[in-house]
Design a binder for this molecule. Structure first.
Ligand code: AMP
Ligand code: FE
Ligand code: FE
Ligand code: ZN
Length: 277
């Protein structure tokens, strides 16, 4: 039987509504052979997912999703097969997450100045143990009826560059790549469409990304064609995943985008090369 992998899945350790255990149950239901636990700035979901999947024919790939914010674009970078127990890596992530807390305070303050009064405790409550982010804030805004839904929260206030948007900790794309490579992982550009500008890809290739996440729910067939071509022209691997956020997206997307397991093998080979350097 053909094997498939979903290489982009969140848990409640970032902005999904699902626990690692629920993620594993969903992946088994979808008959996936492998999933990558790719939380924003956190690796805390990996061990629990591995424990839940143990002996059940589902491979858990360690991963993380870092954000790079620049004047011209918001860039998400995935790291596959990272050594998530590496202390230096963990320390850096903790620093980045701590910055998210401060940033949330500032966003709440900006919203207050615009007449939207959100108790910050509620935002932290919604985030739970996860690294706190805009989807949690948007949830709190929707709860009190300040917006009709998450989408409106992003469109009117907290979307990238919006009036109440505050940046996360500054890291450059080169730093993101180095952070991943230093912990033995393979750096991959997540959903390139988000950047809104394909011209950015060239610089990221120079920084050392190994693949493009070509297959993603936000990519139309024409996008997929274009990114496949860019990957081919530049000797990059192609990856893909559902970017499943549980029920916050608003349905469980797991497995809706999946790739042949062969791609996992190719990523493993890349990881071996990176570790040998
Ligand atoms: P943060 O890491 O706090 O900046 O939040 C980024 C996350 O917010 C993304 O990973 C998505 O899950 C979500 N997000 C970003 N833009 C939008 C949008 N326009 N509508 C809904 N969710 C969004
Ligand atoms: Fe997210
Ligand atoms: Fe992302
Ligand atoms: Zn994601």
């Amino acid at each position: 039987m053909a094997k498939f992998a979903d290489l982009h899945v969140h848990t409640y350790f970032s902005d999904s509504t699902l626990s690692p255990e629920e993620v594993v149950e969903n992946a088994l239901k979808k008959e996936l052979s492998a999933i990558a636990i790719s939380d924003h700035d956190s690796v805390d979901g990996i061990d629990p997912a591995m424990a839940a999947a143990n002996g059940r024919g589902l491979e858990i790939i360690s991963s993380v999703e870092l954000t790079v914010e620049r004047e011209d674009a918001e860039i998400h970078m995935l790291g596959y097969f990272i050594d998530y127990k590496d202390q230096r890596f963990a320390d850096k992530l903790r620093e980045i997450r701590q910055f998210r807390v401060e940033r949330m305070r500032r966003m709440v303050e900006k919203l207050k100045n615009e007449g939207v009064d959100i108790p910050i405790e509620r935002v932290f409550e919604i985030a739970g143990r996860g690294s706190v982010g805009r989807p949690h804030l948007a949830g709190a805004m929707a709860e009190i009826g300040a917006v009709r839904n998450l989408r409106e929260a992003f469109d009117r206030y907290i979307g990238y560059g919006g009036t109440c948007y505050v940046e996360k900790k500054k890291i450059t794309s080169k730093e993101a790549v180095e952070m991943i490579v230093d912990s033995g992982g393979v750096p991959v550009l997540a959903h390139p469409k988000l950047m809104g500008n394909d011209a950015c890809i060239k610089g990221l290739i120079e920084d050392g990304i190994a693949a493009l996440e070509v297959y993603h729910p936000d990519h139309k067939p024409s996008d997929i064609k274009r990114y496949e071509r860019i990957a081919k022209e530049n000797g990059l691997l192609v990856t893909g995943g559902s970017d499943c956020h549980g029920l916050s997206k608003p349905r469980i997307l797991m497995g809706s985008v999946r790739v042949p397991y062969d791609i996992v093998e190719k990523l493993k080979e890349k990881a071996r090369l990176i570790r040998r350097r």
